[in-house]
Design a protein around this ligand. Sequence first.
Ligand SMILES: Cc1cc2nc3c(=O)[nH]c(=O)nc-3n(C[C@H](O)[C@H](O)[C@H](O)COP(=O)(O)OP(=O)(O)OC[C@H]3O[C@@H](n4cnc5c(N)ncnc54)[C@H](O)[C@@H]3O)c2cc1C
Length: 320
Amino acid sequence: MQSIQIYGAGMSGTFLFYLLKNEGFDVKIKDIRKTPDCRCAWGTMYKEAKELYKMIGLDLDDYILSKPKEIIANSIEFKNKYVVIFDRKRLLEDLWKDLKFGEINANLFVDATGAARKYLPLIANDKIYPTIQYLEKVEDSKDENIYIYLRKTGYAWAFPLGGDYWHIGAGDIDENRALELINKLREYYDFRTKEKVCECKAKVRLLPPSKCKPFVYNNIVGVGEAIGCVSGLGEGNAPSLKCATILFECIKNNRINEYENIVLKEFEWIEREHEFVEAVQNNERVKALRLLPRVVLFESKRSVEKSLSNFRSLLKLLGI
Ligand SMILES: Cc1cc2nc3c(=O)[nH]c(=O)nc-3n(C[C@H](O)[C@H](O)[C@H](O)COP(=O)(O)OP(=O)(O)OC[C@H]3O[C@@H](n4cnc5c(N)ncnc54)[C@H](O)[C@@H]3O)c2cc1C
């Protein structure tokens, strides 16, 4: 049985640890943080995450904070199907309680360090966006929807956490622009801060897996955001869990050589979404409109109700 060292105890590393431990592998994990990362990465796809967490005996329902009815982007309303807001910090804290932290003399090392990608070779032309986020109580109760303020290069979000508490944040090509987006969102949807609980900064990798090779380098293998398992809009919670199950199966069945191809096939939809986002950012109208129906069809199976006309209106607002 292989000994495995995981670096990074975020979404993918923590999940992978349990999958491996439950299978009898000798596994340890190490994180640079003393407590799990908080950030406002608290939206996820209910059906996918629920099924995946079942594999390690965890019930996602115990961590659901809200099930927003609508996702409102620049005032265009999308009916929400499966996006939920979960208490990511508490979930990770609970999982951390039974992790075996430390380092072992391993024969396989896993880079689960997310945007840091600390152990795999650097990516040429990496695309890392800065983000800023706040946890706060707001004045005046608001409907529990997800509110988005979008422009071509980035977007700001407000996620309901229940009881007038919200996560408000943004990501864009630089911090000033992210901050500007947050201010625009506050103004646009009238979010006024009553009590600021905390604020932090983070980073997100916005490159698809095909541009994050190699996934395997000597005896190091990457998982999750380290190898680009994040959608064009920055959704990486459920994808990083899915990626961990693929790695787990490859390790268990001695098929690491097939890992890269399986990941690329599984996340074809991420490639497509990045292509779509890039077309929008580059004002490639024909390409964006050509890619749109498949993006909408796919997302209608996992996030919002199918609504091609709403997406078209949104593109029009963005000048596409
Ligand atoms: C502000 C923000 C909001 C987001 N919101 C959402 C959202 O709402 N929904 C969604 O689906 N996705 C969201 N994402 C993306 C999502 O959080 C990530 O894609 C996902 O967490 C990736 O999981 P991971 O396990 O690959 O990496 P992470 O969860 O980022 O975990 C990486 C871990 O590695 C540790 N680490 C870093 N360097 C080292 C090192 N040198 N040695 C050891 N450990 C190290 C870190 O401390 C961290 O614990 C958001 C991202 C950001 C930045």
